[in-house]
Design a protein around this ligand. Structure first.
Ligand SMILES: Cc1ncc(C[n+]2csc(CCOP(=O)(O)OP(=O)(O)O)c2C)c(N)n1
Ligand SMILES: [Mg+2]
Length: 607
């Protein structure tokens, strides 16, 4: 075994569980292919360490792993998902891991197939999502000789993986299944961010991707005998927040007025309880996991610009990764504002001013500054919360409910005409955001694509404790459908779960990941509603300052990138339902219906 990065084979071996008899080294199976024996031993190790999901794309060099995976699935020890496109496979694995918290394995053959995983690996790296990337390779004697489909795979993901191992199936003799099990177990521990796990120098000790590059020689596979018996021994890792609480760098923050808690993507519910503990308003992005609670300040883009609110802030405690506004980084870099950043699962602590105190945990203490429920704190939070409600307000006048039950027939008729007219109105971005939010319940999942619509949702929706995901590690428009499919599939593993996963994307975001609409024959189809706000191109760029001065034609061609794809035809081609929801009534109906398969809900939006 050659390690690149952290060269610590001893540490890996010391992970051997008590009683696991490495010396025994019995081959897992007795097939006529060491490649197959190795693949079986590796998958057995991963599954015993807790892996439940494996995504693969077909290929020749990876056949031993693929066929072994099929066998593990047949034995009910693994769920297998097959995707033709490795980019889809990578993001599918990401989504499965986001939902389950357990690393999913993604398997590819050699060559360009490997590079197609790079976007998902980067996103997993930056957002701290566990993943195990298993790439098949040529053996070392064929590398650098121009052999077909052979490139430099070890290290191809650079610093985006927590660690990479260049492994090989043995040339002769038997597979040392104990040693393979150790490698598998260590990979799971590293992917989960275990504090004492193997890592390349400088790699952050948070969850993320691990690369296992495995070289196979001919014969590349053979018929498999019985699988080795299961020896389940899942790797248990405390969540980063639990680990942080247990030690590491902590800071005492006294309860003092003029503090704000900022919750970016992935902050989790800790941000909400911290805001209450500090008696501070909570500025929480929509995918923070803390967009709820009595301290939530809606409309914070506006509030941060108001002198008596944002202007009065003296201290900010940041959790998660804020990405959706310019106002938050502006606040954090303003002179005179003290910034405390609580490190999370993301690879980098968010510190735009490079001056924050970065900690693992915050302890709240009552001091002379006061207590969270004293008058000064209640007033401070109250000002933010009330101002926020005013800012967000309502899109349209509230219905006159008295008219609905009025004795006057004409008043009632007028009320009904007004309601019908509302339902016939075309859908605005705001109505789309509010409707999706309204129909999502705790058993559902909501996934938001990058671009304009996530910002619209972030700006207008009220607090609600629901699970919202967005790929905000790098905010790419790629892989959104596949990520949502992974979340949907993992959330519907338990058949009793009634929820549906909805993903809101722009039209270019859909078209970028159109290959992920493909579910091959026999593949489990997710309970997924893809809601596309179709405005004919990338309208987010209309908001760039340069749009005011650049030639209109050039902006249209190189930024807006117009298209006239028939989404209905696209959906049909991939065997999806399609529904056009031009009015609010149609949108409500489309989202409420129990579809027997994935559906594309197309919502035309004005540019
Ligand atoms: C992989 C990737 N390529 C390019 C971008 C830059 N980008 C951000 S938003 C966007 C356009 C999105 O258009 P659409 O999905 O239609 O959303 P809209 O803004 O129109 O609502 C692009 C190209 C990106 N974020 N990720
Ligand atoms: Mg668009």
């Amino acid at each position: 075994m050659v390690l690149h990065g952290g060269d610590r084979p001893d540490a890996a071996e010391s992970e051997l569980p008590e009683g696991a008899d490495r010396a025994a080294g019995v081959p897992s199976t007795t097939s006529a292919s060491l490649a197959s024996d190795y693949a079986v031993a590796l998958l057995a190790g991963l599954v015993d360490a807790g892996v439940r999901e494996l995504v693969l794309s077909p290929g020749s060099r990876s056949q031993a792993i693929a066929l072994a995976a099929a066998e593990f699935e047949r034995a009910g020890r693994l769920r297998l998902r097959v995707r033709i496109d490795e980019r889809s496979a990578g993001f599918l694995a990401l989504g499965l891991a986001v939902e389950s918290g357990v690393p999913a394995v993604v398997v590819t053959t050699s060559g360009t197939a490997v590079a197609n995983l790079h976007p998902a690996v980067l996103e997993a790296h930056h957002s701290g999502v566990p993943m195990i990337v298993l790439t098949a390779d040529r053996p070392v004697e064929l590398r650098g000789t121009g052999a077909n489909q052979t490139t430099q795979q070890p290290g191809v993901f650079g610093v985006a993986v927590r660690i990479g191992h260049d492994l090989e199936a043995p040339r002769a003799g038997a597979v040392d299944s104990g040693a393979v099990r150790t490698v598998a177990r260590a990979a799971v521990a590293t992917a989960l961010g275990a504090p004492d796990a193997d890592r390349a120098p400088g790699a952050p000790s948070v969850p993320g991707p691990v690369h296992l590059n495995v070289a196979f020689r001919e014969p590349l596979s053979a018929a498999l005998d019985a699988l080795p018996a299961a020896r389940p021994e899942p790797v248990e890792v405390a969540s980063w927040s639990q680990a942080a609480r247990a030690g590491a760098v902590r800071v005492e923050v006294d309860v003092e007025p003029a503090t704000v808690v900022v919750a970016g993507h992935g902050a989790g519910p800790e941000a909400e309880s911290l805001a209450r503990g500090l008696g501070a308003p909570l500025v929480a992005e929509v995918s923070s996991g803390s967009h709820f609670g009595p301290n939530l300040a809606l409309g914070f883009r506006t509030l941060l610009g108001e002198p008596e609110l944002g202007g009065a802030v003296r201290r900010v405690v940041v959790l998660g990764h804020p990405t959706l506004t310019r106002q938050v980084p502006a606040l954090l870099t303003r002179p005179g504002v003290e910034v405390v950043v609580v490190r999370g699962a993301a690879a980098d602590a968010y510190d735009p001013g490079r001056s924050a105190t970065v900690v693992d945990a915050v302890d709240v203490v009552d001091t002379a500054g006061g207590a969270p429920d004293d008058r000064a704190h209640r007033a401070w939070v109250g000002r933010w919360v009330h101002a926020g409600r005013r800012v967000v307000g309502d899109d349209e006048a509230a219905p006159d409910l008295e008219a609905a039950t009025s004795d006057d027939g004409s008043a009632r008729a007028q009320f009904l005409r007004g309601e019908v007219a509302l339902l016939r109105r075309s859908v605005t971005r705001r109505a789309l955001a509010e409707t999706l939010w309204r129909v999502t319940w705790p058993h559902d999942r909501l996934v938001l694509g990058a671009s304009r619509l996530i910002r619209e949702v972030d700006e207008v929706v009220p607090g609600k404790k629901i699970r919202v995901h967005a790929n905000r590690g790098l905010a790419g428009i790629d892989g959104t459908i596949a990520t949502a499919a992974g979340i949907a599939l993992a959330s519907q593993v338990d058949d009793g779960a009634p929820g549906v996963t909805r993903v809101l994307v722009g039209d270019l975001t859909l078209l970028h990941d159109v290959g992920s609409l493909l579910f091959g024959e026999g593949e489990v189809r997710p309970r997924l509603q893809v809601v596309v706000g179709n405005d004919g191109g990338g309208t987010i760029f209309d908001g760039l300052e340069v749009a005011a001065t650049a030639p209109v034609d050039a902006m249209r061609r190189v930024q807006f990138t117009p298209h006239s794809v028939q989404l209905a035809g696209l959906a049909t081609a991939y065997g999806w339902h399609h529904v056009l929801a031009s009015t609010r009534a149609e949108l409500d109906q489309a989202l409420a219906r129990a579809w027997d398969g994935p559906v594309l809900v197309e919502v035309p939006l004005a540019r």
